[in-house]
Design a protein around this ligand. Structure first.
Ligand SMILES: [Zn+2]
Length: 145
């Protein structure tokens, strides 16, 4: 089942669209506190393509966060995780860190991602907040954690 929000398609835990994705399951995007799954269909679809191109596992550390959970972990008040538009991902390294970071970033950009947070290890926050609300979620943007 797909719900529509401002013309954007969202998935819940039971959406049949999950069967179209080769690499990701709804549990990986669930809020850790309440288990709710609420995620932009486009986010998962693009990540699935990026995962295929990367050719190695990508661990989803954080997907949807309900407002309560986001507050508890002191996430940004307007975090794109709360609107189901963001994921924190750790791809498996396949070579030197700087080289992998450049390659992975270009894969993300090729698929249309325009907002990134980078960790010092091989972790990426990616979000499509700019598609949902371009005034709040400025694109392009890159920040460092
Ligand atoms: Zn929750």
């Amino acid at each position: 089942m797909v719900s529509e929000m401002g013309g954007h398609r969202y998935l819940n835990r039971y959406s049949p669209e999950w069967r179209e994705f080769r690499y990701f399951r709804p549990e990986e995007f669930a809020c850790p506190c309440c288990g709710r799954v609420y995620v932009l269909e486009r986010l998962v679809r693009l990540l699935d393509l990026v995962r295929e191109a990367w050719g190695a596992p990508i661990r989803v550390e954080s997907g949807y966060r309900c407002p309560d959970y986001n507050r508890r972990i002191r996430g940004a008040p307007n975090s794109a995780h709360v609107i189901g538009a963001a994921a924190d991902i750790w791809p498996k390294l396949q070579g030197p860190l700087g080289h992998c970071r450049a390659k992975f970033l270009s894969l993300l950009q090729l698929r249309g991602f325009r907002r990134f947070g980078l960790w010092h290890d091989f972790g990426f926050h990616v979000d499509l907040g700019d598609l949902v609300d371009p005034h709040t979620y400025i694109a392009p943007s890159i920040w460092i954690y």
